[in-house]
Design a protein around this ligand. Structure first.
Ligand code: GLU
Length: 464
């Protein structure tokens, strides 16, 4: 097979969402798997709804996800001459005709059809009028009235539409702007796209597009329509199911590798494997294993995957990211050996970077107030002398290391009438304000002797 050329062609009419990212990923993976070319094309012919802000968001999201493109970004708004050329071509071939039906009349017909619960379609008034081009005239496709348009979809199998079901769609509006179905075909032909991989909400557009290819005598690409992503309630994924845009996930502290792994599994599988490196995704990805059924967006799985990638990523790479999340909760710090140690203690416990920053708070700020119930249970008069002993012995510790601290605790416990759990929980509360935290001795090593002493003093005062 010749190296494929795939494209991702978003419309910049809203923030970049999960569905778009998944389509981009599948196109990217397909191109990378077969050493093809991945093209980025911005479909911005809808001038009213397209915004630069959204285009920037799309590009930033793709970059964040690491989905690099080989060509583009092309912009449809800069290709109007090309569409004009192909529009003339279709007209000259008799495959398109001009239409001067006033928009109000068309709208009225549409409303009447809807009121009768019929599919709105153009009545063909201008089809045989042989109008020349002119102001206020749209160009329409002369859709065959008979026959069937069919294709073999690479994910859905054979699909067929009766041509009688399709109407004479507008190719170029009266204001000269090409419509989606026309521009996309011209682009896919001129950019030599071999595989059109997109959401299955586009299935009804495909027969219209195929008829335009045929009218132009162009070779068809292969089509692969990938199933929808649904929310956990099985409704079409939308804002109410969680974060609306890809960049929101970055802001919440998800890692791009986790996101890519998660997106890949929305509709594609490789046995029962869940965790894939990028190299594995590229190696294993083919369209044969894209399922037919809709996939369910499961935030718990995303969180689980993110936890995995947080554990696997080297601390040196996470520290600068964590630093930004700490700044957001008012903690300014440098990327230092200390921050790296902090990261290592939290890697096994955090699900997002935001979560990690919150869990790191006690390393930078004294824990006040303590968890209330736990304080009543563990910071008691009976534990106070034990804390006192710990404090005194710590002051004489030869070396401030995890091992030394550990040994000291074993001794103190032996000499006391308290269980290790009671002692540890009291000290943990003293140092972190909580009953769950990374290992006590590693925390103490990082906090350092002065800070540990200060916090023990405060906790002793709270024992009652
Ligand atoms: N611009 C279209 C969209 O955002 C995609 C068109 C296509 O992939 O053919 O849905």
């Amino acid at each position: 097979m010749a190296a494929p050329r795939t494209r991702f062609s978003p419309s910049p009419t809203g923030y970049f969402h999960i569905g778009g990212a998944r389509t981009a990923l599948f196109n990217w993976l397909y191109a990378r798997h077969y050493q093809g070319t991945f093209i980025l094309r911005i479909e911005d012919t809808d001038m009213e709804r397209s915004q630069k802000l959204y285009e920037d968001d799309i590009l930033a999201s793709l970059q964040w996800l690491g989905l690099d493109w080989d060509e583009g970004p092309y912009r449809q708004s800069q290709r109007l001459d090309t569409y004009e050329f192909y529009a003339r071509e279709l007209f000259n071939r008799g495959a398109a005709y001009y239409c001067d039906c006033p928009p109000e009349v068309l709208e009225q017909q549409r409303q009447e059809a809807l009121a009768k619960k019929e599919k709105p379609r153009y009545n063909g008034r201008c089809r045989e009028r042989r109008l020349a081009s002119g102001p206020d005239r749209a160009l329409r496709f002369r859709c065959p009235r008979q026959g069937v348009t069919h294709w073999h979809d690479l994910t859905k199998g054979p699909i067929a539409f009766d041509n009688a079901e399709l109407d004479d769609l507008v190719l170029v509006r009266a204001d000269g702007v090409p419509t989606y179905n026309f521009a996309v075909v011209v682009d896919d032909i001129t950019m030599n796209i071999s595989h059109v991989i997109r959401g299955d909400d586009h299935v009804p557009n495909t027969p219209r597009q195929i008829l335009i290819y045929e009218a132009l005598g162009a070779t068809l690409p292969q089509f692969a329509h990938i199933p929808m992503i649904l929310g956990p309630d099985r409704a079409k994924l939308s804002k109410r199911h969680g974060a609306p845009s890809v960049m929101d996930y970055k802001k919440m502290g998800y890692l791009p590798d986790a996101m890519v792994n998660f997106l890949a599994r929305l509709g594609w599988s490789h046995g029962d494997q869940e965790i894939f490196s990028r190299e594995e995704l590229i190696r294993f990805f083919t369209l044969e294993h894209v399922g037919k059924a809709a996939s369910i967006f499961d935030t718990e799985k995303l969180s689980w995957l993110n936890g995995h990638y947080l554990r696997e990523t080297p601390a040196g790479k996470l520290a600068p990211l964590l630093r930004e999340f700490l700044a957001q909760i008012g903690i300014q710090t440098e990327v230092s050996e200390r921050l790296l140690k902090i990261v290592r203690t939290l890697q096994p416990r955090a699900h997002t970077l935001a979560d990690m920053a919150e869990q790191a708070r006690f390393y930078f700020q004294s824990p006040r107030p303590y968890e209330e119930k736990a304080a009543a249970k563990f910071l008691t008069p009976a534990i106070k002398p034990v804390l006192q002993t710990i404090s005194q012995r710590l002051a004489q510790l030869p070396a401030w290391t995890e091992t030394e601290i550990n040994a000291l605790f074993q001794e103190v416990q032996k000499d006391s009438d308290r269980k290790m759990k009671e002692i540890a929980q009291a000290v943990r509360l003293a140092l972190t304000g909580r009953t769950a935290s990374p290992g006590l001795y590693e925390i103490m090593e990082i906090l350092g002797p002065e800070e540990v002493q200060r916090r023990l003093q405060t906790a002793m005062e709270a024992c009652r």
